[in-house]
Write a protein that binds this ligand. Structure first.
Ligand code: TZP
Ligand code: MG
Length: 211
């Protein structure tokens, strides 16, 4: 049976934006601070390097009862039985991914335009990424900021959960909360912070209080 993705703060790894800390160290700090959804994302490692990190993280996420999503690599996700996979617009088509991975895995799709959001929902995505809402340096392939207008469109028109992402910081978090997406993702605000545990707790509190 498909597990339900928790609401609230959605964390993603970004080793290149983690002040020299590796993904495993960052993930441990995140889990200790109470993160409930974690996506493994690394655009710079070999498949084997990613697999080795994911193997460790899978064990940790099981211990902490955390919903684990793997970006891009369906093979790694299936071999480690992660709860979810996350795909972009240039990855394997959603229908193919579903065929390979089966009905019980959560599939999230990054979207940047109303048409992409509508298609993802129609074709059986379990959630959509909505962004980048603001300017971000974490995403290499150039996707221009979509603004809160696109988040507003998705909240009003898309029934599956929306994960707001891209340039979300403490300075604009409450504005995002007002749109009431099911999940909010802050990458570098967390991974690059001096004290990851403190930052995660602060973000969780803000989201619990205002979202
Ligand atoms: N998808 C849309 S924006 C983004 C991804 C993976 C990166 C967001 O990173 P940050 O550091 O929260 O701006
Ligand atoms: Mg991808």
């Amino acid at each position: 049976m498909k597990k339900q993705m928790p609401k609230g703060l959605y964390a993603i790894t970004a080793e290149n934006f983690s002040n020299g800390k590796d993904n495993i160290y960052v993930v441990k700090e995140m889990l200790d601070a109470g993160i409930k959804i974690l996506q493994y994302r690394d655009k710079y490692k070999t498949k084997l390097e990613k697999f080795k990190q994911c193997e460790i993280i899978r064990r940790l996420t099981l211990d902490y009862n955390v919903f684990f999503i793997i970006n891009d690599d369906i093979d790694i996700a299936l071999s480690l039985q992660s709860e979810g996979i996350h795909l972009g617009q240039d990855d394997l088509p959603l229908a193919k991914a579903r065929e390979i991975a089966g009905p019980d895995i959560t599939i999230g799709i990054s979207t940047h335009l109303p048409k992409q959001a509508l298609l993802a929902a129609e074709h059986g995505a379990d959630y959509i990424g909505v962004g980048p809402i603001y300017k971000t340096f974490t995403k290499d392939n150039v996707v221009y900021p979509v603004g809160v207008g696109y988040l507003d469109f998705c909240v009003k028109n898309i029934k599956i959960p929306k994960v707001a992402i891209g340039g979300i910081k403490f300075s604009n978090l409450l504005k995002i909360c007002r749109y009431n997406p099911e999940n909010i993702c802050m990458i570098t605000e967390i991974t690059a912070s001096e004290n990851i545990g403190f930052t995660v707790k602060k973000a969780k509190e803000a989201i619990n209080d205002y979202c």
